[in-house]
Design a protein around this ligand. Structure first.
Ligand code: HEC
Ligand code: CU
Length: 328
Protein backbone atom coordinates (compact mmCIF):
# COMPACT_ATOMS: atom_id res chain seq x y z
CA UNK A 1 0.00 0.00 0.00
CA UNK A 2 2.85 2.37 0.84
CA UNK A 3 5.21 1.18 -1.88
CA UNK A 4 4.56 4.39 -3.79
CA UNK A 5 5.76 6.59 -0.93
CA UNK A 6 8.80 8.52 -2.20
CA UNK A 7 10.94 7.74 0.84
CA UNK A 8 14.24 9.08 -0.45
CA UNK A 9 13.15 12.54 -1.70
CA UNK A 10 11.01 13.03 1.41
CA UNK A 11 13.91 12.03 3.64
CA UNK A 12 16.28 14.45 1.89
CA UNK A 13 13.84 17.35 2.20
CA UNK A 14 13.13 16.35 5.83
CA UNK A 15 16.79 16.34 6.79
CA UNK A 16 17.34 19.79 5.28
CA UNK A 17 14.32 21.29 7.07
CA UNK A 18 15.24 19.56 10.33
CA UNK A 19 18.80 20.90 10.13
CA UNK A 20 17.60 24.48 9.58
CA UNK A 21 15.03 24.31 12.40
CA UNK A 22 17.28 22.53 14.89
CA UNK A 23 20.12 24.93 14.02
CA UNK A 24 17.93 27.87 15.04
CA UNK A 25 17.15 26.15 18.32
CA UNK A 26 20.68 25.11 19.17
CA UNK A 27 22.81 28.01 17.97
CA UNK A 28 20.75 30.92 19.28
CA UNK A 29 20.60 31.61 23.03
CA UNK A 30 16.85 31.87 23.38
CA UNK A 31 16.60 31.61 27.15
CA UNK A 32 18.65 32.98 30.03
CA UNK A 33 20.30 30.42 32.36
CA UNK A 34 17.71 28.75 34.58
CA UNK A 35 18.84 29.92 38.01
CA UNK A 36 15.80 28.90 39.99
CA UNK A 37 14.12 25.54 40.55
CA UNK A 38 10.99 26.89 38.88
CA UNK A 39 12.86 28.16 35.82
CA UNK A 40 14.43 24.69 35.44
CA UNK A 41 10.99 23.07 35.25
CA UNK A 42 9.43 25.74 33.04
CA UNK A 43 12.30 25.87 30.57
CA UNK A 44 12.34 22.06 30.28
CA UNK A 45 8.61 22.11 29.49
CA UNK A 46 9.25 24.83 26.95
CA UNK A 47 11.97 22.81 25.21
CA UNK A 48 9.75 19.70 25.24
CA UNK A 49 7.02 21.68 23.46
CA UNK A 50 9.58 23.11 21.10
CA UNK A 51 11.06 19.75 20.04
CA UNK A 52 7.58 18.25 19.57
CA UNK A 53 6.80 21.20 17.31
CA UNK A 54 10.03 20.63 15.38
CA UNK A 55 9.13 16.99 14.69
CA UNK A 56 5.68 17.82 13.34
CA UNK A 57 6.88 20.90 11.50
CA UNK A 58 9.49 18.80 9.70
CA UNK A 59 6.97 16.07 8.74
CA UNK A 60 4.30 18.48 7.50
CA UNK A 61 6.68 20.82 5.71
CA UNK A 62 8.56 17.97 3.99
CA UNK A 63 5.34 16.55 2.52
CA UNK A 64 4.21 20.04 1.53
CA UNK A 65 7.48 20.94 -0.19
CA UNK A 66 7.58 17.56 -1.98
CA UNK A 67 3.97 17.94 -3.16
CA UNK A 68 4.56 21.46 -4.45
CA UNK A 69 7.61 20.31 -6.35
CA UNK A 70 6.24 16.99 -7.67
CA UNK A 71 2.61 17.74 -8.46
CA UNK A 72 2.77 21.32 -9.48
CA UNK A 73 0.20 21.99 -12.29
CA UNK A 74 1.73 22.76 -15.69
CA UNK A 75 1.16 26.28 -16.94
CA UNK A 76 -1.40 25.17 -19.54
CA UNK A 77 -3.14 22.64 -17.25
CA UNK A 78 -6.62 23.95 -16.49
CA UNK A 79 -8.11 20.60 -15.35
CA UNK A 80 -9.61 20.05 -11.89
CA UNK A 81 -7.56 16.89 -11.35
CA UNK A 82 -8.92 13.45 -10.47
CA UNK A 83 -11.48 13.23 -7.63
CA UNK A 84 -10.25 11.65 -4.35
CA UNK A 85 -12.27 10.22 -1.54
CA UNK A 86 -10.00 10.84 1.46
CA UNK A 87 -7.95 8.29 3.36
CA UNK A 88 -9.48 6.95 6.57
CA UNK A 89 -6.22 5.63 8.02
CA UNK A 90 -4.51 8.97 7.48
CA UNK A 91 -7.39 10.88 9.02
CA UNK A 92 -7.50 8.67 12.09
CA UNK A 93 -3.75 9.07 12.54
CA UNK A 94 -3.73 12.84 12.21
CA UNK A 95 -6.56 13.12 14.71
CA UNK A 96 -5.31 10.60 17.25
CA UNK A 97 -1.65 11.66 17.40
CA UNK A 98 -2.31 15.38 18.11
CA UNK A 99 -5.02 14.44 20.62
CA UNK A 100 -2.65 12.24 22.58
CA UNK A 101 0.06 14.86 22.37
CA UNK A 102 -2.30 17.57 23.64
CA UNK A 103 -3.22 15.41 26.62
CA UNK A 104 0.46 14.78 27.36
CA UNK A 105 1.23 18.51 27.16
CA UNK A 106 -1.74 19.40 29.38
CA UNK A 107 -0.75 16.86 32.03
CA UNK A 108 2.93 17.85 31.91
CA UNK A 109 2.00 21.56 32.10
CA UNK A 110 -0.27 20.91 35.05
CA UNK A 111 2.45 19.01 36.90
CA UNK A 112 4.94 21.85 36.38
CA UNK A 113 2.43 24.44 37.60
CA UNK A 114 1.47 22.32 40.59
CA UNK A 115 5.12 21.89 41.62
CA UNK A 116 6.10 25.51 40.98
CA UNK A 117 3.27 26.71 43.21
CA UNK A 118 3.72 24.20 46.04
CA UNK A 119 4.27 26.30 49.16
CA UNK A 120 7.22 25.29 51.35
CA UNK A 121 6.86 25.51 55.11
CA UNK A 122 10.28 27.15 55.57
CA UNK A 123 9.73 29.81 52.89
CA UNK A 124 10.89 33.40 53.27
CA UNK A 125 8.12 35.97 52.80
CA UNK A 126 8.95 39.32 51.23
CA UNK A 127 6.63 42.13 50.18
CA UNK A 128 7.27 43.70 46.79
CA UNK A 129 5.91 47.19 46.12
CA UNK A 130 5.90 48.53 42.58
CA UNK A 131 5.42 52.21 41.90
CA UNK A 132 6.30 54.63 39.11
CA UNK A 133 9.25 54.04 38.68
CA UNK A 134 10.93 51.93 41.30
CA UNK A 135 10.71 48.80 43.42
CA UNK A 136 10.64 48.63 47.21
CA UNK A 137 10.97 45.43 49.22
CA UNK A 138 9.56 44.88 52.68
CA UNK A 139 10.75 42.18 55.08
CA UNK A 140 7.82 41.73 57.47
CA UNK A 141 9.71 39.30 59.72
CA UNK A 142 12.39 41.92 60.42
CA UNK A 143 10.25 45.05 60.05
CA UNK A 144 12.46 46.68 57.42
CA UNK A 145 12.21 48.07 53.89
CA UNK A 146 14.91 48.16 51.26
CA UNK A 147 15.46 49.23 47.68
CA UNK A 148 17.24 45.95 46.92
CA UNK A 149 15.82 42.48 47.04
CA UNK A 150 17.97 40.19 49.20
CA UNK A 151 17.13 36.48 49.23
CA UNK A 152 18.78 33.33 50.56
CA UNK A 153 19.90 30.67 48.07
CA UNK A 154 18.14 27.28 47.85
CA UNK A 155 15.19 28.39 49.92
CA UNK A 156 11.70 29.16 48.61
CA UNK A 157 10.91 32.88 48.57
CA UNK A 158 7.29 33.96 48.57
CA UNK A 159 6.88 37.38 47.00
CA UNK A 160 3.69 39.28 47.77
CA UNK A 161 3.61 41.62 44.79
CA UNK A 162 1.60 44.84 45.09
CA UNK A 163 1.29 48.06 43.09
CA UNK A 164 1.04 51.53 44.62
CA UNK A 165 -0.22 53.31 41.50
CA UNK A 166 -0.63 51.66 38.08
CA UNK A 167 -0.10 48.12 36.77
CA UNK A 168 3.53 46.94 36.76
CA UNK A 169 5.07 43.51 36.31
CA UNK A 170 7.77 41.89 38.40
CA UNK A 171 10.22 39.88 36.32
CA UNK A 172 13.61 38.29 36.91
CA UNK A 173 14.41 36.58 33.58
CA UNK A 174 16.82 34.02 35.10
CA UNK A 175 14.19 32.92 37.62
CA UNK A 176 11.65 32.18 34.88
CA UNK A 177 8.86 33.78 36.90
CA UNK A 178 6.92 36.88 36.02
CA UNK A 179 3.86 38.36 37.70
CA UNK A 180 1.72 41.48 37.37
CA UNK A 181 1.59 44.02 40.18
CA UNK A 182 -2.02 45.23 40.14
CA UNK A 183 -3.37 48.00 42.40
CA UNK A 184 -5.71 46.57 45.02
CA UNK A 185 -4.54 42.98 44.53
CA UNK A 186 -1.73 40.96 46.13
CA UNK A 187 -0.18 38.66 43.56
CA UNK A 188 1.81 35.83 45.10
CA UNK A 189 4.88 34.39 43.37
CA UNK A 190 7.15 31.57 44.53
CA UNK A 191 10.80 31.43 43.55
CA UNK A 192 13.59 29.14 44.75
CA UNK A 193 16.92 30.62 43.57
CA UNK A 194 19.62 28.02 43.04
CA UNK A 195 22.72 30.16 42.46
CA UNK A 196 24.40 32.89 44.46
CA UNK A 197 24.66 36.11 42.43
CA UNK A 198 23.04 39.39 41.46
CA UNK A 199 20.21 39.47 38.94
CA UNK A 200 18.19 42.28 37.39
CA UNK A 201 14.58 42.94 38.40
CA UNK A 202 12.75 44.30 35.38
CA UNK A 203 9.33 45.92 35.08
CA UNK A 204 7.69 43.99 32.25
CA UNK A 205 4.52 46.05 31.89
CA UNK A 206 4.53 49.44 30.15
CA UNK A 207 3.73 51.67 33.14
CA UNK A 208 4.62 55.21 32.04
CA UNK A 209 7.51 57.34 30.77
CA UNK A 210 10.01 55.85 33.23
CA UNK A 211 9.08 52.24 32.48
CA UNK A 212 12.39 51.36 30.84
CA UNK A 213 14.40 52.52 33.86
CA UNK A 214 12.18 50.79 36.40
CA UNK A 215 14.80 48.28 37.49
CA UNK A 216 16.45 47.08 40.63
CA UNK A 217 18.57 44.12 41.69
CA UNK A 218 17.99 40.87 43.46
CA UNK A 219 20.95 39.58 45.44
CA UNK A 220 20.95 35.85 46.02
CA UNK A 221 23.19 35.20 49.03
CA UNK A 222 23.96 32.33 51.37
CA UNK A 223 21.66 31.61 54.28
CA UNK A 224 24.25 33.06 56.73
CA UNK A 225 24.74 36.25 54.71
CA UNK A 226 20.98 36.66 54.51
CA UNK A 227 20.52 36.26 58.26
CA UNK A 228 23.40 38.67 58.93
CA UNK A 229 21.99 41.26 56.52
CA UNK A 230 18.54 41.03 58.08
CA UNK A 231 19.95 41.37 61.59
CA UNK A 232 22.12 44.33 60.61
CA UNK A 233 19.36 46.15 58.73
CA UNK A 234 16.81 45.66 61.45
CA UNK A 235 19.36 46.82 64.06
CA UNK A 236 20.00 49.97 61.98
CA UNK A 237 16.27 50.59 61.71
CA UNK A 238 15.82 50.05 65.44
CA UNK A 239 18.73 52.36 66.32
CA UNK A 240 17.35 55.06 64.03
CA UNK A 241 13.87 54.65 65.48
CA UNK A 242 15.24 54.73 69.03
CA UNK A 243 17.33 57.81 68.23
CA UNK A 244 14.39 59.68 66.75
CA UNK A 245 12.17 58.64 69.67
CA UNK A 246 14.84 59.88 72.09
CA UNK A 247 15.20 63.15 70.14
CA UNK A 248 11.43 63.62 70.13
CA UNK A 249 11.43 63.07 73.87
CA UNK A 250 14.11 65.72 74.36
CA UNK A 251 12.33 68.15 72.06
CA UNK A 252 9.02 67.86 73.84
CA UNK A 253 10.47 67.95 77.36
CA UNK A 254 9.82 71.24 79.25
CA UNK A 255 12.53 73.70 78.13
CA UNK A 256 14.58 76.29 79.98
CA UNK A 257 13.85 79.82 78.72
CA UNK A 258 17.20 81.22 79.90
CA UNK A 259 19.15 78.56 78.01
CA UNK A 260 16.77 79.09 75.08
CA UNK A 261 17.73 82.78 74.93
CA UNK A 262 21.33 81.81 74.17
CA UNK A 263 20.18 79.45 71.43
CA UNK A 264 17.93 82.19 70.01
CA UNK A 265 20.82 84.67 69.94
CA UNK A 266 22.95 82.17 68.07
CA UNK A 267 20.44 80.76 65.60
CA UNK A 268 17.42 83.03 65.28
CA UNK A 269 18.04 86.66 66.16
CA UNK A 270 19.77 87.32 62.83
CA UNK A 271 16.34 87.21 61.25
CA UNK A 272 14.14 88.00 64.23
CA UNK A 273 15.23 91.47 65.40
CA UNK A 274 15.66 92.39 69.06
CA UNK A 275 15.61 88.79 70.19
CA UNK A 276 12.19 88.45 68.63
CA UNK A 277 10.70 91.30 70.63
CA UNK A 278 10.40 93.73 67.73
CA UNK A 279 9.68 93.73 64.03
CA UNK A 280 12.72 94.07 61.75
CA UNK A 281 15.05 91.74 59.88
CA UNK A 282 13.63 89.07 57.61
CA UNK A 283 11.45 87.45 60.26
CA UNK A 284 8.36 88.83 61.97
CA UNK A 285 8.10 89.97 65.59
CA UNK A 286 7.62 86.94 67.85
CA UNK A 287 6.58 88.65 71.08
CA UNK A 288 2.84 88.32 71.55
CA UNK A 289 2.10 85.81 68.79
CA UNK A 290 0.29 83.61 71.29
CA UNK A 291 1.23 80.27 69.73
CA UNK A 292 1.20 76.91 71.48
CA UNK A 293 4.49 75.08 72.19
CA UNK A 294 3.52 72.58 69.52
CA UNK A 295 3.02 75.30 66.88
CA UNK A 296 6.35 76.95 67.63
CA UNK A 297 8.15 73.59 67.65
CA UNK A 298 6.64 72.65 64.28
CA UNK A 299 7.59 76.05 62.82
CA UNK A 300 11.20 75.63 63.92
CA UNK A 301 11.45 72.00 62.83
CA UNK A 302 9.87 72.40 59.41
CA UNK A 303 10.49 76.11 58.66
CA UNK A 304 8.12 78.08 56.50
CA UNK A 305 8.54 80.52 53.62
CA UNK A 306 11.91 82.25 54.02
CA UNK A 307 12.57 80.54 57.35
CA UNK A 308 14.62 77.36 57.01
CA UNK A 309 13.65 74.27 59.04
CA UNK A 310 15.92 72.11 61.17
CA UNK A 311 17.99 74.98 62.64
CA UNK A 312 17.93 73.42 66.11
CA UNK A 313 16.84 70.15 67.61
CA UNK A 314 16.84 68.10 70.80
CA UNK A 315 17.15 70.02 74.07
CA UNK A 316 18.04 73.25 72.22
CA UNK A 317 14.67 73.06 70.50
CA UNK A 318 12.81 72.59 73.79
CA UNK A 319 14.72 75.53 75.28
CA UNK A 320 14.18 77.87 72.33
CA UNK A 321 10.44 77.08 72.39
CA UNK A 322 10.40 77.98 76.08
CA UNK A 323 12.22 81.23 75.28
CA UNK A 324 9.75 82.22 72.53
CA UNK A 325 6.90 81.52 74.98
CA UNK A 326 8.62 83.69 77.61
CA UNK A 327 8.67 86.76 75.37
CA UNK A 328 5.01 86.47 74.44
C1 HEC B 1 16.68 82.99 57.77
C2 HEC B 1 15.86 83.83 58.62
C3 HEC B 1 15.20 83.20 59.81
C4 HEC B 1 15.80 82.49 60.83
C5 HEC B 1 17.27 82.13 60.98
C6 HEC B 1 14.72 82.15 61.74
N1 HEC B 1 13.53 82.61 61.29
FE1 HEC B 1 11.74 82.37 62.20
N2 HEC B 1 10.85 83.27 60.66
C7 HEC B 1 11.46 83.80 59.56
C8 HEC B 1 10.46 84.24 58.60
C9 HEC B 1 10.73 84.85 57.23
C10 HEC B 1 9.21 83.91 59.16
C11 HEC B 1 7.84 84.13 58.55
C12 HEC B 1 7.53 82.84 57.80
C13 HEC B 1 6.22 82.86 57.04
O1 HEC B 1 5.20 82.81 57.69
O2 HEC B 1 6.30 82.88 55.81
C14 HEC B 1 9.50 83.33 60.46
C15 HEC B 1 8.51 82.93 61.34
C16 HEC B 1 8.75 82.44 62.60
C17 HEC B 1 7.74 82.08 63.56
C18 HEC B 1 6.26 82.20 63.34
C19 HEC B 1 5.87 83.63 63.59
C20 HEC B 1 4.64 84.02 62.84
O3 HEC B 1 3.91 84.87 63.34
O4 HEC B 1 4.45 83.49 61.72
C21 HEC B 1 8.36 81.61 64.66
C22 HEC B 1 7.71 81.13 65.96
C23 HEC B 1 9.77 81.66 64.39
N3 HEC B 1 9.99 82.16 63.14
C24 HEC B 1 10.73 81.28 65.28
C25 HEC B 1 12.07 81.18 64.95
C26 HEC B 1 13.07 80.58 65.82
C27 HEC B 1 12.79 80.04 67.22
C28 HEC B 1 14.23 80.61 65.16
C29 HEC B 1 15.57 80.08 65.60
C30 HEC B 1 15.61 78.65 65.86
C31 HEC B 1 13.97 81.25 63.88
N4 HEC B 1 12.66 81.55 63.77
C32 HEC B 1 14.94 81.43 62.89
C33 HEC B 1 12.84 83.87 59.31
C34 HEC B 1 13.78 83.25 60.11
CU1 CU C 1 6.52 49.63 36.06
Amino acid sequence: MYKNVPIIPLAVIGVIIAAITAGQALFIDWLPPADSVEAGRTFTLLWFLFWCSVVFFVIVTSVLVYAIWKWRAKDDDLEDGPPTHGNTTLEVVWTAVPSILLIVVAVYGYIVLERNEAVAADRVEIDVYAQQFNWTYGYPSAGIESGDLMVPVNRQVQLNVRARDVIHDFWVPQFGIKGDAVPGITHTLWITPTKVGTYPVVCAELCGVGHSVMRSSVHVVTEQQYAAWLAKSSATVKTAAAASAAAAKLETAPGDAAAGKAVFEAKCSGCHAGLGTQAGGVGPKLAGINWSDEQIRTQVKNGKGAMPGGLVNGTDLANVVAYVQSIQ
